[in-house]
Design a protein around this ligand. Structure first.
Ligand SMILES: Nc1nc2c(ncn2[C@@H]2O[C@H](COP(=O)(O)OP(=O)(O)OP(=O)(O)O)[C@@H](O)[C@H]2O)c(=O)[nH]1
Ligand SMILES: [Zn+2]
Length: 352
């Protein structure tokens, strides 16, 4: 029986810099997240200084470790051999690509075989759930308390979402609106839907908006999120009726802090795609099954979708929602987001 609450406890431990353990199909790994560790914690966790460093394939590629990996798992996690000079500071530099320009890495680093590959892959997923850099000290061996990869999957299971509250919410541009809030028992993020207007027999116009604190709240010009959010409310209102889903998937699912790390890499010249990859994340880590579940709970299984992103259409369809029309949602560029929009068009298949 998988236990999603165990993941909540594990995420909490990771963020406090405490060791955790994952028991996979092929072995158990005891893990210490590098981001929240320090030299003293490392000494307690690994008195012999022998724990290898677990990194993502994307980070390993930057470190030129990719070609040393087991050919059977080209996208899998990478384990870096621990040698005496690989101390806490060097491990931190391995973990965080923001430091690459300031502290050119020494090396040579050597990738070694991973026995507990299932647990290692799960550890990288867990880092994303915790909003941490995907980099750990990892020791193979037994642990008293360990979560399983299935626990992590259950933690993200959209089917566990339910409606927990609703109220009338007139908003600027759409006075006849109702807000509906969703959550699971385990996840801290509370997704909301704004139901705009009244059903008129036609499929609702639906917008899936992913949280962007910088764009939605602070008016960041680096992306198009803020204007897209406001324009979506207006477009739905003008169409008669529809639903805006506000999904708590900040930074395309990697969390605010990791998105800001991606921004720092963008300041160094990398685009939005390469920044995510260099940090060790997928280009898009969002789970749109969440949106499918929310629409199903609202009784809307057939929609018109406001998006330029064909992946959103495909993902909604895969979660059982019929998308009868894609409606373009383009906003004029500004000097700060022109490159971001070009990258969306050229590298992530957005129809712009
Ligand atoms: N990781 C990362 N996330 C970003 C970046 N810029 C914006 N975001 C996030 O991207 C999400 C918005 O997604 P977009 O890719 O802009 O657009 P989309 O939702 O895929 O597509 P549309 O429906 O066509 O707008 C929000 O969660 C933002 O926080 C970035 O440079 N890096
Ligand atoms: Zn944004």
């Amino acid at each position: 029986m998988s236990d999603p609450r165990a993941v909540a406890r594990t995420v909490d431990a990771l963020r406090r810099g405490w060791p955790v353990a994952i028991c996979g199909k092929d072995g158990t790994l005891k893990l210490l997240a590098i981001e929240t560790a320090d030299a003293e914690r490392l000494k307690t966790f690994d008195p012999d200084g022998a724990a290898p460093v677990l990194l993502s394939a994307g980070r390993a590629a930057t470190l030129k470790l990719a070609n040393q990996r087991d050919a059977a798992t080209p996208d899998g996690p990478v384990l870096v051999e621990r040698v005496p000079w690989l101390d806490f500071d060097i491990a931190t530099a391995l973990a965080d690509p923001q430091l690459d320009l300031a502290t050119p890495l020494k090396g040579p680093f050597r990738a070694i075989e991973i026995d507990a590959g299932d647990a290692a892959s799960a550890a990288l997923r867990l880092a994303r759930v915790a909003g941490l850099l995907p980099a750990f000290f990892a020791i193979a061996g037994n642990a008293d308390e360990a979560i399983t990869p299935a626990d992590i999957d259950a933690h993200e299971d959209a089917d566990r979402l339910r409606i927990v509250g609703r109220a009338r919410l007139p908003v600027a541009g759409a006075e006849d609106s109702e807000i509906v809030a969703f959550r699971t028992d385990e996840m801290p993020g509370e997704h909301v839907a704004l139901l705009i207007g009244q059903p008129d027999g036609n499929p609702p116009l639906v917008r899936l908006h992913s949280e962007c604190l910088t764009g939605d709240v602070l008016g960041s010009l680096k992306c198009d999120c803020g204007p897209q959010l406001q324009a979506a409310i207006k477009a739905i209102e003008a169409s008669g009726w529809g639903v805006l889903l506000y999904l708590r998937q900040e930074g395309r699912g990697i969390g605010l802090i990791n998105k800001l790390r991606a921004y720092a890499l963008q300041d160094q010249g990398f685009d939005t795609v390469d920044a995510n990859t260099r940090l060790g994340f997928a280009v898009d880590a969002r789970n749109f099954a969440v949106a499918g579940r929310m629409l199903a709970l609202l009784g809307q299984k057939t929609v018109r979708l406001l998006t330029n992103n064909p992946d959103k259409v495909a993902a909604l369809e895969a979660s059982g929602i019929a998308v009868v029309e894609r409606v373009a949602h383009k906003l004029p560029p500004n000097p700060h987001n022109a490159r971001y929009l070009d990258t969306k068009r050229d590298r992530t298949g957005h129809q712009l």
